[in-house]
Design a protein around this ligand. Structure first.
Ligand code: GH3
Ligand code: MG
Ligand code: MG
Ligand code: MG
Length: 322
């Protein structure tokens, strides 16, 4: 692999000596700089091509330690490893160099073997770091693709990806079927729409991931509340759920809604910032129709449940309205 090394030294003899030594070791791509200004100029123009910087400590104007400090502040070049070059083996200076972010140091006069060993070791570390960063980036992309794939699958399927219960698509097709059947058989069909109270505050307090966990718990409780195979609990929207109850009249539906309300409250999912309670609560709206009635459409049934839900919200939440 061809490496580009930037040598910064105010002394021309040192620069030339380093260049010669590096050339001899096979590093042919050397850039020379004699001051801080020149260094930053080069980094600005071709920082992304440079693999390593050899940086003199003592220079007039800005010294090597400060140059190192400033390079480590620059997002575009902060990961280029820096080996400090010093005539002093002053421990204080070396400590400052490492604090400034230097990877290693070499002392003048240079010993070719030592110089090579230190360069090789620093470059090896950099390569490993680069590979790790690359692997992480690839992982992020793979994750993103998986996420997109999941979304496609979810759209194609009838289950909600987060909670695992039927999704809105399934709800739509199921209520349509049951609507028609209720009309044919002159039977009852009821609907519950429910919405978690003050869920925005829940997310704000516990974070979105905890919010998702809460949705899963709520879905589980709702689903365990219904007991007929024909009852369908679906995720209707973000934190809204819908329950389709075939062969159930208004009283029966209100009874189930009230049990759901109580079961959620009794689950004691903490919600410290709720203005309704100190646990998670839900508000529910119930609507119902009988096959011989003439409600024009499913939309009307949904609309009625929605209005009842709105009323439950308006009259204090954590309650059932119809
Ligand atoms: P209320 O219903 O009691 O009037 O208050 P609210 O705060 O629940 O009302 P609103 O409907 O305005 O807020 C719903 C919030 O639900 C907004 C959104 O951030 C959150 N939400 C929706 N879908 C999801 C989801 O899939 N995961 C999480 N964590 N939050 C969601
Ligand atoms: Mg010097
Ligand atoms: Mg809502
Ligand atoms: Mg809500």
């Amino acid at each position: 692999m061809r490496r580009k090394i930037l040598v910064v030294d105010d002394c021309i003899d040192s620069r030339n000596l380093l260049e010669r030594l590096l050339n001899k070791s096979g590093y042919k791509d050397i850039i020379l700089a004699q001051s801080a200004d020149e260094t930053f100029d080069i980094l600005k123009k071709q920082g992304n091509e440079i693999d390593l910087i050899l940086l003199d400590v003592i220079m007039p104007g800005m010294d090597g330690i400060e140059v190192c400090n400033q390079i480590k502040e620059l997002e575009a070049v902060k990961d280029i490893p820096i080996i400090m070059v010093t005539g002093l083996s002053n421990v204080k200076v070396l400590e400052q160099a490492f604090i400034a972010g230097a990877s290693d140091y070499v002392t003048k006069p240079f010993h070719s073997i030592e110089l090579n060993a230190r360069i090789a070791s620093v470059l090896r570390l950099k390569d490993e770091m680069d590979k790790r960063i690359q692997r992480e980036a690839e992982l992020v992309i793979a994750n993103e693709k998986l996420h997109q794939l999941n979304e496609v699958l979810e759209q194609l399927s009838s289950l909600d990806g987060l909670t695992g219960i039927p999704n809105r698509r399934r709800f739509n097709s199921y209520i349509e079927l049951e609507w028609k059947r209720a009309g044919r058989q002159k039977s009852n069909l009821s609907l519950i729409l429910l919405d978690i109270d003050k869920f925005k505050l829940y997310n704000d307090t516990y974070g979105h991931l905890e919010g998702d966990e809460c949705l899963k718990k709520v879905a589980k409780v709702l689903q365990s509340t219904v007991n007929r195979a024909t009852d369908l609990v679906a995720r209707y929207g973000g934190e809204e759920f819908a329950v389709v109850l075939p062969d159930t009249d208004l009283d029966g539906a209100i009874h189930i809604a009230e049990t759901m309300r109580r079961n959620i409250e009794n689950s004691q999912i903490p919600h410290a910032s709720s203005t309704v309670s100190n646990v998670v609560t839900i508000s529910l709206g119930v609507s119902s129709f009988h096959g011989c009635e003439s409600i024009q459409s499913i939309e009307t049934l949904i609309d009625m449940a929605d209005k009842a839900l709105y009323e439950a919200k308006n009259s204090g939440r954590n309650r059932v309205e119809c």
